[in-house]
Design a binder for this molecule. Sequence first.
Ligand code: SAM
Length: 332
Amino acid sequence: MLPSALEKAVYGVYATTAIHLADKHGVFGFLVDQAAPTAEIADKLGLDGETLDRLLVLLDSFGVIDRNEDGAYLVTPEMAPYLDPRSPRSVGGFLSHVMGSTIGRLPHLDGYLTDGKSAVDAALPAPFEVMYKTPKLTEEFLAAMWELTYDVSRELVPMAGLDQVGHLVDVGGASGPFCVAALEATPGLRATVYELPEVEPYVADTVEKFGLQGRLDFAAGDFHRDEFPATDCVAFGYILSGWTDETGLELLQKAYRACSDGGRVLIMDRLFDDDRRGPLPTAVMNLSMHVEAKGRHRTSAEFIGLLEAAGFVDCEVHRSTQDKQLVIGHKR
Ligand SMILES: C[S@@+](CC[C@H](N)C(=O)[O-])C[C@H]1O[C@@H](n2cnc3c(N)ncnc32)[C@H](O)[C@@H]1O
């Protein structure tokens, strides 16, 4: 028998697949509402009973779902916020992205080890050319970003000092999860999502859905080429972790130029512990950034070093209860 940590790591690929499929076919949504045996779930959801049974046995063994003494499977209240597709903390969108996109890029690591990342990437399309290749992929990616960002943003917004800000530019703000959380909590604030042109219709949908006409708008731009709109506050959510220190510094210097005096920059990202031995999701996504982008995850001290190099002062670190943390830099 393998030691427990190794066992979970080795067999994790099967659990990831099973969680993704159970989410995709509505199994978790069904089990959040009632406990049921395999045959009933298969019947109600129109799924093959034999395959479903093997997936459920595996998910029970991993402790993802539970089974009662009558042999009915259930989602415990502890797991429901993460498995219920209606919950803002559901892992479903993230896993769709992992299984639909990231998994196809992981085999590149082999070539990275032997030939180096730049040699392998030279023959590949740029990451966002792939992610925005079809409307389905675009929608899946933006849904995953919404899930990763909206809920935690409601924790980060009160720490960001937005009551001192009139206008916010969210660079690479996706379909607007951070902006919406900021606008909901801060009367009088206006926000702009600065994004690739492909994202504009999704921001328009967000404006419509949340009734944010006149408060949330869109600015098309390429952050590698263009300057940012003038503002009091520039936000980067899961952006700097996609890029090298050199590009990160260029982006922060653009933010400095865009910011009014007394303005601020918000870096919202995963943080490595100071010794870079965890947390585990940061270590995992640090590898993911290597195949999906050109970046890496950083410690708070590394972010502060970049902020200070760009001219920001009085940097602050604020932590949420989730994976995304906040580092603020101020412009004098
Ligand atoms: C990892 S997502 C982060 C989304 C969002 N900020 C969040 O925290 O959930 C990176 C975003 O950057 C945008 N992006 C990528 N390259 C860009 C570029 N060159 N110019 C502007 N936006 C870009 C993508 O469209 C995507 O929405």
